[in-house]
Ligand binder design. Sequence first.
Ligand code: ADP
Ligand code: DP6
Ligand code: CO
Length: 357
Amino acid sequence: MSTIYQATASAPVNIAVIKYWGKRDTKLILPTNSSLSVTLDQDHLRSTTTSRADPSFERDQLWLNGKEDEIKAVGRLATCISEMKRLRKEYEIKTQMNQRYSFPQFHIASYNNFPTAAGLASSASGFAALVASLAQLYTLPASPSTLSLIARQGSGSACRSLFGGFVAWQMGSDPSGNDSLAVQVAPQEHWPQMHALICVVSDDKKGTSSTSGMQRTVETSPLLQHRIKYVVPERMEKISKAILERDFDTFAKITMADSNQFHAVALDTEPPIFYMNDVSRAIIALIVEYNRLSVEAGKGYKAAYTYDAGPNAVIYALEENIKEIVQLIVSYFPQRSGEFKDVLGLFGASSTDLNAL
Ligand code: ADP
Ligand code: DP6
Ligand code: CO
């Protein structure tokens, strides 16, 4: 009986506070600006990917949530798989291995335990889990940085999911892309009080994918040029410092401003792209008012909203305020109204058990 090689790996999503939106190289996935995110460490939003190699396989195939997803010849999946095959070959040569596995073809099955393509960063956890499972199957001693470079070529945001905690994707300047990768700004233990609340407003597939949306923005938005040149570099510096100093006020102000500017840039695209809906905007109004009252009471900012390419809100807040915020949201948007599919407390020392509130 021949040995079956199989490996399973899982990766969490990350939600950006400085948004990546725009590519300067669409093939290598090199961004027009650096970005920064928080990797959510709980089990609620994850991709789990199993890769299998068997000599009888005729071609690489991938099933996403049980349905076959075509691996296009020059597409991102094919790029990630062939980059992993190249790494394995290099490893075999370097270590002068006797036993050479060319592992010519893979069957890959991946599951997301949350809505796919709904603006909750499934492409980030998906491609991170894919490269991690192939690295394991190939028993490669590859560093998270090396895997980050490869995951980036699957989906830009995926390069940040190879690290936990607070993670920056440095845009780099080399045309090869070899300096465009994620680095950890601080581990989660640095600021364990930081929590993320995910408000699933809709789990529908978004109308405009991130890939096509940002390409249209690059081609048509004058505001994007201003953003990448004059706004993001300073915000990257300031928010990194705020994280290192555990300065929630600054973290919150920059996070909300950057979410707003990302959606402004989407609106500045021709034709315009709308990712938020009325419920998203109502949540913004609620958080703005909540912060205003808190600042007035001398307590500073308590919550920061951010929206990816979809209507679902992610609210960053310190653990001590999570209970109050959840109660606020649930009372303004009662779940019986069906506006929220789910509200999850994530990240930080432990996930918030909403039923216990
Ligand atoms: P999202 O906001 O969920 O990241 P995107 O438009 O960026 O949405 O990307 C969605 C696409 O990412 C999916 O259509 C699929 O091609 C890919 N994807 C999502 N999950 C996985 C996964 N687990 N494994 C491989 N690819 C995935
Ligand atoms: C709004 O990484 O999904 O979530 O590189 O084309 O796959 P591709 O796009 P993707 O874009 C993410 C956009 C964002 C912001 C962010 O995660 O930084
Ligand atoms: Co995505």
